[in-house]
Every structure is written in C-alpha cells, then in structure tokens.
Ligand binder design. Structure first.
Ligand code: DOR
Length: 433
C-alpha cells in the first residue's frame, strides 16, 4: 500500500529539515520526500497545517508487565504511547519478576511485538532483583534476542560505589549504558517532598537537592575514570545541571534526560496534599525549573523522557505519606512541551522535536526510530495538530491508571496520526489495535 502525507510541515532534526513537504510511504518505508509529489494512486492523507515528524522515542516508561498489571500492561501502555506519538519506548526493569534475566527481557520485547502498537525495548536491571548487591547477568541480557544495551535499577539507586563501578566497567565491554537512579538513601530517609521553603511551610520532611547531586557527582567520576557510558535519568535540580554541563565540557561520556513534570511543576503544588503530585525525584523549586529549561536549550540535557509511572487509584489515592511515587506521562509529554516551551517561544519546534527523537535515539540503540525522514528509512512517523486544544482528563487517557498531574489543564497540540513501519497505530486520534 502506498500513502502520501500531503503538504505537512516536515520537521526532521537529523537533517535539520523544517519546511512544507510531501512524504510518500510504500509498505514499511518512506520512499520519497519532496514538494508537490504526484498521488500516483497512493492514498492521500491531507497534512496541511499539521506537523510531520519522526515517531517519538521514550527512554523511560514503566509498562508494569509482568507483575503489576493492575496499574498498566504492555497493551494499555503501548496504546498510551501510540496516542502520545511514540513509536518506541524503553520499558523499565522494576517489574515482577524484575527484568534481570534474558527470559524476562525476551518476554517483554515479544509481548510488545504481539501488541504491535510500539516497539518495546526492555531495560535490564543493573543488579539482581534491584537489590543493589550482585550484578545482573548483563552480558546474557545483551546477548539475548532482546539485545539489552541499557541497564537501570530505576526506582532505587545503586548505592554501593563498588557495585556501580563494576557495572560501568562490565557494561563498557559491550559499550552498553548504565542509568543510575540518583538518590542518596541516607539523605532521603523519610523524605516526602523537595527540601526548602515549601517543606518548612507544610511541615513535611524534606528531600534535599544534594541527595541527587552527590550521587550524580560520584557516578560522573566513576564513568570518567573508566571511559564508560553513563545516562542520568530524571534530572531535577539546578545543581545536577551544573554537574552535567561541567562533565560534558570535560568529555565524560554522559547523557541525561528530564521529565515533562520536572519542566512544568514546582513544589508549590504539594500544598494541595494531592498525592498525584508525589514523584521520585520530587518536583523542585521554580529556580530548578528554570535551570532545567535552560539545559534543554543548550544541549546539556539530551532528551525529554516521560518516566510514565502508572499506579492504581487504590494505592495512589491515599494520604500523601502513604502514596507511591509516580505520574502518567506518555500522552501529555509532547503537548506539554509545545504548550509550555514552543508556543511561548522559549524553544524552537526543531529543538523540541530533537528532544523526543534524535536526542533519545542517540542515548541507546532504539532500532532505527527517531528519524531521519528520508527515502529507505522505516516509516515511523508522528503527525501532530498544532492547533488542537484539549483538556487533560485522566479517565480518557489510554493507560489503565489515571494518575495524571495535569488533570483539567488545557494543552495546545495533540498527535493525530502515528505510523509504525507504515502501519497506522493512531489514525485521526483513534488507536488502531
Ligand atoms: O516516581 C517514580 N516512580 N520514580 C521512579 O523512579 C520510579 C517510578 C515508579 O516505578 O513508580
């Protein structure tokens, strides 16, 4: 089947292309990009006024399967991803069983393929059972059919510096990436929210920014010494940004991501005591938000990653202290960045798209996703309506859980079509199962 995406604004960070063009797709691949292409019997999809971009890449998704299907499973999470414009997501390892064996990684990857809405790339655990004590069989995970080249105990840190050093050293043998959840557990014992003026006002135990920064500093030193690849997930503080900037200047092989919620929310939201705003790391101060936004523009942060973390309402809707950390992200991430940063002129559209495509695709092998949009490339594409305005409603999202911190916010822009290797996964706003 051939298809012609007609007269969209084609935004492709890998070539720097940002102009009106037609995109012809034949079967699974793009075959031609150019102005005024003839239909020649192709199905014509009118994209006038729409943005045509590489399918988005999420480095940080909790799909919860196996083990926590009351929160999400690979089918519901894949649907949320397709609706959010993603064509591939990295599934975090904190499942039950933990993704610390080839069997679990292959199961997750195969289940993703069976659902067929996005390519699911498993993240391997760094340590067995996320216990921080013994290295997982990283080599076996890498050699498996799932080809795991990215490891994280996300949700919990690798606290022991020797274990972390060994993980970096071992992963470096096959140029894999280690992503450590940066949290000093001693500094965050009983912590409930960012430590600062708000935590004093609210009387909640504080989670100091240094708890993140000391661990990032340690990991940067370890990675630098070994020439190993480090990825820093969900960066949340101005101090972390400064450390990353320095490390990059010095040539450390480090990449970093930020979540939409850390770009958008500050700790004043905790005054609601609504646990939907409880997240790890916690939302910080407006000064931190400003520093994170600046780090996007200057390349210190490579990717926007969702940390999509569904939780069933019977667990999430408890008193603040008892609620688990985590927020939905897949369906609101790009619209939020457009609303907050692109529509306001703070970030160019090309830069925003880069943070969802070539940026994350440069962190690990994401199987040819993230562009370019060019002849012979797989037709993994997202089409966004920049003029769509919509009100976020957790119950209308595709995830099994509803814990969005953006409930009732009005957002500008929304994905209308997503194509995975030339097949609709989202068409006219409807997920194509
Ligand atoms: O808020 C979070 N939730 N942060 C994490 O690092 C883990 C995640 C989860 O798994 O719920």
């Amino acid at each position: 089947m051939t298809m012609l995406l007609k007269a969209g604004r084609v935004v492709d960070p890998s070539s720097g292309h940002d102009d009106t063009a037609d995109v012809r797709i034949d079967g699974e691949a793009v075959v031609e990009v150019g102005a005024d292409l003839a239909a020649d019997g192709a199905e014509v999809v009118d994209c006038a006024g729409l943005w045509v971009m590489p399918g988005f890449v999420d480095l940080h998704t909790h799909l919860r399967e196996p083990g926590f299907e009351d929160a999400e499973d690979i089918a519901t999470g894949s649907a949320a991803a397709a609706a959010g414009g993603y064509t591939t997501v990295a599934a975090m390892a904190n499942t039950l069983p933990v993704c610390d064996t080839a069997a679990v990684a292959e199961l997750v990857e195969r289940r993703g393929r069976d659902v067929g809405l996005v390519d699911v790339r498993p993240v391997g655990a760094i340590t067995v059972g996320l216990a921080g004590e013994r290295l997982a069989e990283m080599g076996e995970l890498y050699d498996s059919r799932a080809r795991v080249d990215f490891f994280s105990d996300d949700g919990v840190p690798v606290s022991d510096a020797l274990i972390m050093r060994r993980a970096l050293q071992y992963a470096a043998r096959f140029d894999a990436v280690i992503a450590n959840h940066s949290q000093d557990m001693d500094l965050t014992e009983d912590a409930q929210m960012n430590e600062g003026r708000m935590s004093s006002v609210l009387g909640l135990p504080g989670w100091p920014h240094e708890a993140e920064e000391v661990m990032i500093a340690r990991d940067l030193l370890l990675a630098a010494g070994l020439g190993a690849r480090l990825h820093v997930p969900h960066v949340s503080t101005a101090g972390s940004v400064a450390l990353l900037r320095l490390a990059k200047e010095r040539g450390v092989r480090v990449t970093a991501e930020v979540t939409p919620h850390h770009l958008h929310l500050d700790d004043s939201v905790v005054a609601t005591y609504d646990p939907v705003f409880k997240v790890n790391p916690p939302v910080r101060t407006t000064a931190d938000v400003t520093a994170l936004r600046a780090a996007l523009a200057d390349g210190t942060i490579d990717a926007v990653a969702t940390d999509h973390a569904p939780h069933p309402h019977e667990q999430k809707d408890q008193e603040w202290d008892y609620a688990p950390c985590g927020m939905l992200g897949l369906e609101t991430a790009f619209p939020l960045v457009v609303t907050d940063l692109v529509a306001t002129g703070e970030l160019s559209l090309l830069d925003a798209v880069r943070l969802f495509t070539t940026g994350p695709a440069g962190v690990r092998d994401m199987g040819g996703h993230g562009g370019p949009i060019t002849a012979d490339a797989p037709a993994n594409l997202t089409v966004v309506d920049p003029d769509a305005t919509w009100i976020v409603d957790g119950r209308a999202l595709h995830s099994r859980a509803h814990n969005t911190p953006f409930q009732d916010e009005e957002l500008t822009s929304r994905p209308v079509h997503t194509l995975l290797r030339g097949r609709w996964t989202l068409q006219g706003g409807a997920v194509q199962w």
